[in-house]
Design a protein. Structure first.
Length: 122
């Protein structure tokens, strides 16, 4: 019984240690670390800078800028959706082609200012 209790205690300590390592690693990753700005409904299939945006519901997160700059009819995401399929993004904006996860748009590769649009539903 004592061996079992010691084994369980060791497992709990190891689990908590791994959990704290994972949390630290996640908090140091690039990208949005704040709550989402909200959701945007894309009504038709769209293309922004060569990236497909199928119609559906998108969650918008920002980093280094305000939600107001990206959201709404006059926000950047709406402006980008209104571009022609082959139109470039307005300078200095670029699409991070190598970004993992949701499409990310930044002012330049050297700044930490931008937003991501992640499809979350139909």
């Amino acid at each position: 019984m004592i061996k079992l209790m010691k084994s369980l205690l060791i497992l709990v300590v190891l689990f908590l240690g791994l959990l704290s390592c994972t949390k630290d690693e996640v908090s140091q990753t690039q990208g949005p670390q704040t709550p989402a700005c909200g959701f945007v409904q894309v009504l038709t299939d769209e293309v922004i800078a060569g990236v497909q945006f199928p119609k559906g519901k998108y969650q918008i997160n920002v980093f280094g800028m305000t939600c107001e700059e990206v959201m709404g009819d006059n926000g950047l995401f709406s402006q980008f959706l209104q571009l022609g399929d082959n139109d470039p993004l307005p300078a200095p904006w670029i699409h991070l082609k190598d970004a993992v996860g949701a499409p990310k748009f930044v002012k330049s590769t050297s700044t930490k200012v931008g937003f991501r649009a992640q499809r979350v539903g139909d």
